[in-house]
Design a protein around this ligand. Sequence first.
Ligand code: NAP
Length: 307
Amino acid sequence: MRWMVVGAGGALGTDLVARLGAPDAPGAPPTDSVTALTRADLDVTDPDAVRAAVRAWLAAPGEGRAVLVNAAAYTAVDLAETDPDAAAAAWAVNAEAPGVLAAACGDGGATMVHVSTDYVLGPLPGGERRPLEPDDPLAPAGVYARSKLAGEERVRAALPDAHHVVRTAWLYGATGPNFVRTMARLARERDTLTVVDDQHGSPTWTADLADGLIALARSSAPAGTRHAAGGGSTTWWGLARAVLEELGADPGRVRPCDTASFPRPAPRPAWSVLSDGSWRAAGLEPLPPWREALRTAVGHHPELLLG
Ligand SMILES: NC(=O)c1ccc[n+]([C@@H]2O[C@H](COP(=O)([O-])OP(=O)(O)OC[C@H]3O[C@@H](n4cnc5c(N)ncnc54)[C@H](OP(=O)(O)O)[C@@H]3O)[C@@H](O)[C@H]2O)c1
């Protein structure tokens, strides 16, 4: 297969490129080729540059199915609420660029894997709480969430038979800032930490998601929108406690609070536990349980606990 990864320098992009290049990558034949483009290599908001990059990738010698994975995104969710330039950037990267990438894939016969977010989903009717399926109600709240939903829609429209839209949640990886790193740092700086305990989700290690996306693209699963996140669920408080456990510190130092006590510009869903039903229905192995994944992640990347 021939792969192109855009946004290759981000948390997920870094793991995608590493896993695609690893000799033990899931099912990887050594003949696979990978074109990895960071933001410095390709600004996805430049349509001419996107079309030229996709054409050059597809024209290069190589065999097999061509799959473009879009790991580029504008992810500063709070800044996008308060700064008009940030909001414009979020729209350009998250809504418009995926449509241009998808159209370029369509012109060249490539499949596109596009990563989206739990933030596009809304609460279930009647306050029900069960893991969310891809066809559950959508209610993106905030600039980032709306831009991500628009990106999904453009990908589906431009590539009706050759898209995989994958919603994930609560990512942390070895690269860049993330919640795990922040909690590890705060645990060293403070005696107690106060963390939100009324938002429920599925923490996801980017390496597990990268493996899942690769398996999906290699499979014969039809085009569609699916959910993929770490197994099980917790709250931010629960995840912070797990980080302290990994540090060998007392998790009792993490105190729970509610969202109202910790206001942020961008609204967060109170319930964004993602079901693995759509993943299993495609014949794919669900991502590992979140707690086990955290243990594995810090084993591979002890620097995560350095903050
Ligand atoms: N992080 C989460 O908790 C979370 C949760 C659910 C879904 N997601 C989704 O998962 C995907 C991966 O997220 P992530 O955590 O890996 O994000 P990330 O670490 O912020 O990586 C995003 C990458 O996109 C790049 N990028 C930004 N603007 C670009 C542009 N105009 N052209 C090319 N590249 C550009 C960024 O480069 P710079 O760093 O140079 O700006 C960065 O390398 C995204 O689609 C995100 O929406 C994330």
